[in-house]
Design a protein around this ligand. Structure first.
Ligand code: UD1
Length: 449
């Protein structure tokens, strides 16, 4: 059956104590909202609608980054979850099927759970969970197998509060039920809000069916506080580590490796302890990421060896069998097959041809304080240790730069470039200099005493 998604993201999230709307706080490097959108996208919905309110412009921009076709609907005043969904009705015009209502602040929800909700034959299906501590969640009141109604904590009797089957907030609602009943919600309750949850009792009273699909409590975690944000991050990481291992990745200390929401790692890659993946990293099979590396927005090809202590920044593209060693930073640079950058180097805005060796302490001087410039190095070149490559500059195939050179002009293919002061040796001068210095020191000590 066709599905449409309505993702509620209008709330302020006061308990985050933040200038940022709560759905823009990040888990695995992506806004919480993006996780809900991605889980929902797995259903291949006909329409995806995000309801924004608080800081709506910023929330809409983040939503469009995930899916540029997302429909944004504004809820000017936050009058409750039922009111929020009602704002999406015009955008649902003409849609027939299941409307899934998701909260943008539940980043751990799995696509499988949403599939189960969408596949439920009932007119209204609610996602429930057995709560260890039900606190202020809405309670699911069943009659036999059938869900009769949802009662919000504030409106619940003592007996209803004793129920531990709680409302996670997500629902799948037949489009006909939604269009017929949403307008009839009332706000005559303890919060003075239009509760989406009242739809269940309304549907039942009209002879429609209502059911519960359950998930575990962890999956339904909502991010309302910084503590819950950290819990969500921990759960996300645990899941990402387990998935990487299932996909054939070896981690010597998985609990010290941090993934982003979009990290892709190939089979038989080995990751040593204390490695952080920021967003946008792809690693092909059989690579080795050694301890203490920080990677973001980069690609490592088959057989790559990175670290220990390496930093790959956005636009770092490593072809097959590239070796990047310790204290090396690479940004917006393409390193062709077999390039070696062993130690203490910065390569930014650069292109390095295959099998070139970059000596220790090489720096591409890519920024003049105003503009960025490119460095292009050919194949099988040899950049001597401590070479400053003042961009824009080109080093030809097979060229060599002498250690300590400051290269300000292009070097032709096959040439040796020496750009440093010529060395002069003065025989016997060292001893004379030391004698002179000792005499100066003795004189100063005498003057001081
Ligand atoms: C809601 C449920 C409750 C459930 C709980 C699970 C209702 C009436 N109650 O309560 O049964 O146990 O979630 O977390 O639905 N939102 C809007 N516009 C609004 C109000 C809310 O977009 O006017 C969004 C919020 O941004 C949030 C979500 O809806 O993403 C849930 O709202 P929240 O106020 O947190 O609902 P609860 O009171 O926790």
């Amino acid at each position: 059956m066709a599905t449409a998604l309505v993702i509620l993201a209008a709330g302020q999230g006061t308990r985050m104590n933040s200038d940022l709307p709560k759905v823009l706080h990040r888990v695995g490097g992506a806004p919480v909202l993006a996780h809900a959108m991605r889980a929902g996208a797995a259903l291949a919905p006909e329409r995806m609608i995000v309801v924004t309110g608080h800081e709506g412009g910023a929330v809409a921009a983040a939503a469009r980054e995930v899916d540029e076709e997302v429909v944004i609907v504004e809820q000017a005043e936050q009058l409750g979850t039922g009111h929020a969904v009602a704002q999406a009705l015009p955008a649902l015009e003409g849609f027939t099927g299941k409307v899934l209502v998701l909260y943008a602040d539940t980043p751990l929800i799995r696509p499988e759970t949403l599939e189960a909700l969408a596949a439920s034959p009932a007119d209204v299906t609610v996602l429930g969970f057995e709560a260890a501590n039900p606190r202020r969640y809405g309670r699911l009141i069943l009659k036999g197998e059938m869900l009769e109604r949802i009662v919000e904590f504030k409106d619940a009797s003592e007996a209803e509060r004793a129920v531990t089957l709680c409302n996670a907030g997500l629902m799948a609602i037949g489009s006909d039920v939604l269009s017929q009943m949403l307008a009839k919600l009332s706000n005559a309750n303890a919060s003075g809000e239009y509760y989406l949850t009242d739809l269940v009792a309304m549907a039942r009273a009209a002879g429609r069916s209502a059911a519960v699909v359950t998930c575990n409590e962890g999956e339904s975690l909502g991010v309302d506080t910084r503590v819950q944000l950290a819990q969500a991050e921990a759960s996300f990481q645990a899941r990402a580590r387990a998935e990487a291992q299932e996909n054939g990745v070896t981690m010597t200390a998985p609990e010290t490796v941090y993934f982003a929401w979009d990290t892709v790692i190939g089979r038989d890659t080995v990751i040593e302890p204390n490695v952080v993946f920021g967003p946008g990293v792809t690693v092909e099979s059989g690579a080795e990421i050694r301890a203490f590396c920080h990677l973001e927005g980069c690609h490592i090809s088959r057989g790559g060896r990175v670290g220990p202590f390496a930093r790959l920044r956005p636009g770092a593209e490593l072809a097959e069998d590239v070796h990047v060693g310790n204290f090396v930073e690479i940004k917006n640079a393409i390193l062709d097959e077999g390039v070696k950058v062993g130690h203490l180097t910065y390569l930014g805005d650069a292109q390095v041809g295959e099998h070139t060796n970059i000596g220790a302490g090489t720096v591409t001087c890519n920024y003049d304080g105003v503009m960025k410039h490119r460095t292009e190095i050919g194949k099988r070149a040899f950049i001597g240790s401590d070479t400053m490559l003042v961009a824009p500059v080109r080093i030809g195939d097979g060229a060599l730069t002498g250690s300590g050179s400051v290269i300000t002009q292009d070097v032709p293919a096959g040439a040796v470039a020496l750009a440093r002061a010529r060395q002069e040796n003065k025989p016997g001068l060292a001893a004379k200099m030391f004698d002179k210095l000792k005499a100066i020191k003795a004189k100063r000590q005498n003057e001081a005493s």
